[in-house]
Design a binder for this molecule. Sequence first.
Ligand code: FAD
Ligand code: DLZ
Ligand code: SF4
Length: 521
Amino acid sequence: MPTATLRLVLGDQLSRGLSSLSDLDPDRDRVLLVEVWEEATYVRHHKKKIAFLFSAMRHFAEALRGEGVAVDYVSLDDPDNSGSFHGEVLRAIARHGPERLVVTEPGEWRVREGMRDWEADLGIPVEIREDGRFFCTPAAFADWAEGRKSLRMEYFYREMRRRTGFLIDAGGEPEGGKWNFDQDNRKALPGDLPVPDVLRVSPDDITSEVLELVAARFPEHFGSLQPFWFAVTAEQAEAAFEAFVQERLPNFGDYQDALAYGEATLFHSVVSQYLNAGLLDPHAVCARVERAWREGEAPLNAVEGFIRQVLGWREFVRGLYWLKMPDYAEGNFFDAQRDLPSFYWTGETEMVCLSEAVSQTRENAYAHHIQRLMVTGNFALLAGVHPGAVNEWYLVVYADAYQWVELPNVTGMALFADGGVFASKPYAASGKYIDRMSDYCKRCRYDVKRQSGDDACPFNFLYWDFIARNRTKLEKNPRMGLIVKSLQRMKPDKVAAMRKDAEAFLSQLETVEEGQWQDSQ
Ligand code: FAD
Ligand code: DLZ
Ligand code: SF4
């Protein structure tokens, strides 16, 4: 029997409740999943990210087949694979002769643009449905943003709390009398507090086959493929999340901003790759975390902190992305032009904070938020690395990276390259911040207390060089005025010494042009 509806499911749409599957008729329809070269290489994704998605896609296809659904799965090594979504949809139409194509809107602008002409090209009706897996639609975000002078996550978040009822009491007020417990979430990690490990899943036959494929086809991509421990089904991802709730959530709030030597995950949930690929449902994770508080399993500062990230930040950056694209990707407020230092790929630097962040990223395709923001992000901001190169790096190296979430975090939050669309000031910080939040500096050959000279922490002289270099732009920012004034009050020879050190340090950095780096592991 010919297929009535062909339902294309993309690699980050692995949710049974997906809008494109909502009216699936197992007797008449067919689901299409495709592993395509174009998606695997538009940037050279971390090997673990590709393996995670391919294995999760294959498991999703198996689960659908288990329900009696006809699934057409095109693997990367299929000799007829055309390498693109468009090419594979064309081939599938030729194979099955469907009456129409249904797809849920893609998460990335690039892919959405590619679908613009599909209906005309493919010769059958194409229905692109809204992605119902978020709390806020792009249109609702645009309504919220309309007419506001500045877009602040905090106000959006309060609105979302009211709209969803998460952590709202019977009188309509925030539980605990405050919207935000961020002030309670800034402790450094005490040396004697054990950190429970994340739940690690052993590769099954499907994953093992994918690991072989990725090792053979993507050898020059960044990162270690082994050990591979990501969950690849919804059930496994739910188990990993439940382990977080029981073992790490109680301390999530207190140590949310901490950094610690040898600790890659701390008390973070490590579920962004599952949420973004569709294995976990944001509604369900927020509800579970709220229940943990109501049942006394976790304190309010942890639970509110977690819900703020998922209901607040995650929704906010997505809304902003769709509101501001495509121009948003071009932002370069500080006119930063430097190529990316090679140590972002190799991890080879004497700066312990950076070598830790990069080597853990290489190993796990993961780093926690403060590493991304205050170590790798902060360094790129201070050193004046071109936003294009920085965005490319973040899109490559993390298993959770899709442009809708990566770009606002990098361009807006870490680099202030959008000139302050949602951040009220750049997150620039000297070594003092890293020292306060971590135990890195005492293991480092640089002296975090020194601002210039051979042993001085590079974050210190780069920080003041950044302020001096961008003084005219920064002094217009009310929250940076005091910093610019303290620079002006410094003795000129002190500033000159720091700027000279910055210049010498930056000029000896090995760099790589965008798209040029290859792994030789
Ligand atoms: P937790 O700390 O346990 O937080 C819980 C969840 O909240 C996360 O799983 C995530 O879904 C959500 N969340 C937290 N912070 C943010 C945020 N700022 N924006 C959106 N969602 C958030 N997150 C991505 O999912 N993909 C990216 O490509 C990405 N790139 C980033 C780049 C930079 C420069 C920065 C500063 C942040 C980036 N983030 C990105 C946000 C955040 O760092 C990660 O979501 C988080 O580290 C994932 O780890 P986790 O699951 O342990 O998060
Ligand atoms: C990231 C990724 C990779 C590496 N490979 C595939 C793939 O082969 N097939 C697929 O459907 N999706 C893949 N993805 C995820 C897509 O890039 C993602 O769906 C789009 O960017 C839209 O967000
Ligand atoms: Fe990083 Fe400076 Fe501390 Fe070294 S001294 S770990 S470079 S902040």
